[in-house]
Design a protein around this ligand. Structure first.
Ligand SMILES: Nc1ncnc2c1ncn2[C@@H]1O[C@H](COP(=O)(O)OP(=O)(O)O)[C@@H](O)[C@H]1O
Ligand SMILES: [Mg+2]
Length: 531
């Protein structure tokens, strides 16, 4: 007898619906899986057999053929165990075949029949729902990742961005996710002998409340210039490079930037959560509510940074999607690793070549780099002498290639804090206040670019600069003079205009004035000094 059921396979951050056909026929006993399975899917045979037997069901002593369709798609991962086991039992008449054919199953099986978590539950559930299925079984250990599809009252209410729940029923209102712990539970449910309770989600608990909020700008003493620079960067989504001696607070400042970025929109949260689900890092939470801060070590591998590997996984650039990618000790990263950042910085995504197919992961992030001015760290320091030769200093700075430097709009100098400042009791501004200003400036940008296909000042191309960054006569002549006197390049010229636009937006000023330009020019001073 032939039985059919369905499952999903990951392709990048999307999932593809896969049909599982099982045929049991007389012949030499054995189990073969056809339809381009990878090694992990092939090993499924042994796990499925043990799981079925150890759950108390007989395993057929006949020839079993499992076909995974579409055959042209390479099947990866261990999530096929459960659908294959259900399919075999259905072909044997031990599971209601009609019921199994109408459902989607994903899950890895342990030898004793327990259902183990799989990566990518969120995109898989979205695919199942969009393909018209209404019933899906997922591993109990991470089924909650699909909770956003099963919420009861429309969009979640959020106080943070002032968008109350819209109340409209999402398309998934009739979509049921059923968490399962054991193969036998699934069999009993399909046969109508017991219920497999559906996952219910209260929209108000959908957003993960992150305790990491305790990293606040107010902890950083002094450094007003650096904080202002980071505020401007956050407001226009500009990439920044912080330069200063060791211990001046660069790492500390960077760690607090995701806290001054505007809250994630529902769509952004869904995008980021999907990446984490595929990476197996969502940890059974429904949605990520906070902009992520990723700080990979400089010894990171190529695949670790941009994604890929034996079982393809998103890399750090994708885990930072809609958030911050912080590269501390920037020049310590291998040059070719840094150069890999060019594609995501340019296009907001990464493409990874696989055997017959290219996978794409989203990777739109704000880049923050931090570096010492030289290997010893004290070049240009007013107090401590620098022990590096000029040649070493030049070589050290040369490690950051031009094309990457080209995509960094602001250079922020972070000098050592004075002792008096460090022990002063003065109250610094809280992240929440800064975030409010940043959010307002971002809103102005969203309204500015509705037809341009971009959403922040950092993405402006020359035609946008012409349209949105006009200077008045006084501003233009001041700018011309500054460019000539400081010997700024054409590259710096465009960066300054974009940053000046953001500074004007922070003041809700329609025109870019001389003050805005002057401040923006400050953030390029290192061009001449250092590179
Ligand atoms: N401006 C500051 N305000 C408060 N503490 C600071 C400041 N700068 C540095 N520190 C202290 O010094 C430590 C080292 O700072 P860090 O951010 O690691 O410096 P860097 O990354 O520039 O080498 C911090 O953990 C913090 O305790
Ligand atoms: Mg540091």
């Amino acid at each position: 007898m032939i039985a059919k059921t369905s499952t999903c396979s990951l392709l990048g951050i999307d999932a593809i619906l896969v049909e599982v056909e099982v045929d049991i026929a007389s012949g030499l006993p054995g189990l073969s899986v056809v339809g381009l399975p990878d090694n992990i899917v092939k090993e499924s045979k042994d796990r499925v057999k043990a799981a079925i037997q150890n759950s108390g069901y007989p395993f057929p002593f006949e020839r079993i053929t499992v076909n995974l369709a579409p055959a042209a798609l390479k099947k990866e991962g261990a999530g096929f165990d459960l659908p294959i086991a259900v399919g075999i039992l259905a072909a044997m008449g031990l599971v209601n075949a009609d019921k199994a054919a109408k459902m989607v199953f994903c899950g890895e099986l342990a030898l004793d029949g327990r259902v183990k978590p799989v990566a990518g539950c969120l995109p898989m559930a979205i695919r199942a729902r969009d393909s018209g299925y209404t019933d899906m079984v997922l591993p109990a250990d991470n089924a909650r990742e699909a909770a956003v599809l099963t919420q009861t009252g429309g969009r979640p209410a959020r106080e943070a961005d002032g968008q109350p729940g819209s109340g409209d029923s999402p398309p998934g209102a009739s979509f049921s996710v059923r968490p399962a712990n054991h193969l036998s539970e699934v069999v009993e449910y399909c046969n109508g002998r017991s219920e497999l309770p559906v996952l219910k989600t209260d929209p108000n608990t959908l957003w993960r409340v992150d305790v990491a909020e305790d990293l606040d700008f107010e902890d950083v003493k002094g450094q007003e210039h650096a904080k202002r620079g980071l505020e401007v960067a956050a407001a226009g989504n500009h990439n920044v490079l912080m330069i200063g001696p060791p211990g001046s607070g660069k790492t500390m400042l960077a760690q607090r930037v995701s806290g001054i970025l505007p809250p994630l929109s529902f769509e952004e949260a869904l995008e980021t959560s999907t990446v984490y689900s595929v990476a197996g890092l969502l940890n059974n939470t429904p949605l990520i509510a906070r902009r992520q801060f990723r700080a990979p070590h400089h010894s990171i591998s190529d695949a670790g940074l941009v994604g890929g590997g034996q079982i393809p996984k998103p890399g750090e650039v994708s885990l930072a999607h809609n958030g911050v990618l912080f590269l501390d000790e920037f020049p310590e990263f291998r040059r070719n690793v840094i150069d890999l950042l060019r594609q995501p910085l340019e296009g907001g995504q990464v493409t990874i070549a696989r055997a017959a197919i290219a996978l794409t992961y989203p990777a739109r992030f704000m880049l923050i780099g931090a570096m010492n001015p030289c290997p010893c760290g004290y070049s240009g320091d007013p107090v401590r002498p620098c022990s590096c030769s000029p040649a070493t200093v030049t070589r050290y700075r040369g490690r950051i290639s031009g094309p990457i430097l080209d995509r960094i709009d602001l250079h922020i100098e972070v000098p050592a804090v004075k002792y008096e400042q460090l022990r002063s009791e003065g109250q610094a501004e809280k992240s929440a206040c800064v975030r409010e200003r940043v959010t307002k400036a971002r809103r102005i940008q969203l309204e500015r670019f509705p037809d341009e296909g971009i959403y922040s000042n950092s993405q402006m191309r020359p035609k946008h600069l012409k349209k949105f960054c006009r200077l008045d006569e006084a501003g233009q002549s001041m700018f011309d003079k500054a460019v000539r006197q400081l010997g700024l390049s054409a590259r710096a010229y465009h960066r300054i205009l974009k940053v000046a636009r953001t500074i004007a937006d922070l003041e809700a000023s329609e025109n870019i004035g001389s003050v805005h330009l002057l401040e923006a020019i400050q953030y390029r001073s290192l061009d001449r000094k250092m590179f």
